[in-house]
Design a protein around this ligand. Structure first.
Ligand code: HEC
Length: 133
């Protein structure tokens, strides 16, 4: 009986741990600043949601050009256009034409980091995609 109880407790502990680990990418290493960004807890958990700073900035700034059928000559981009690693590369290298043309300069470093965090979190291969939360 004791073993069974321990087994059950162990099972639930593992299940809960697994859920909390897989619900959200826990962190993102930012190559440019050499920092680790915690995405599943604290302020960034909120800011990397669609209504947080990251999500809103992507929508208001990036999507002002990268929407479907825009007249800015920009390709259509959305969260799932790239993998998490792909988005990291976009921001670490900053070689997109708009970045080189200075369009990104109207955003603060902090805002850009949060757009990167947001896209990393909701990318095509992020586990948040399969989680309706
Ligand atoms: C003023 C319009 C404008 C804004 C605002 C803008 N872009 Fe762009 N972007 C362009 C244009 C034009 C290109 C070059 C054409 C292309 O490849 O889409 C481009 C290219 C890119 C590319 C390379 C294309 C690709 O498919 O990989 C990426 C990535 C990108 N932009 C991301 C962003 C992000 C992220 C933001 C917000 C921080 C942003 N852009 C804001 C106009 C814009």
């Amino acid at each position: 009986m004791k073993h069974l109880t321990l087994g059950v407790i162990c099972f639930f502990t593992l299940a809960v741990t697994a859920l909390s680990v897989y619900a959200t990418p826990a962190k993102r290493f930012d190559a440019k600043t050499g920092t680790c960004r915690i995405l599943n807890d604290g302020p960034l958990e909120w800011e990397t949601r669609p209504w947080g700073e990251g999500g809103r900035t992507f929508k208001q700034v990036c999507k002002s050009c990268h929407s479907r059928e825009n007249n800015q000559g920009a390709s259509f981009l959305w969260e799932e256009s790239k993998t998490s690693r792909g988005w990291n590369n976009v921001f670490a290298r900053q070689r997109a034409r708009c970045a080189r043309d200075g369009v990104w300069a109207k955003l603060s470093d902090d805002q850009l980091l949060m757009v990167n965090d947001y896209l990393y979190r909701w990318s095509s291969d992020s586990l948040d995609r399969t989680d309706s939360a």
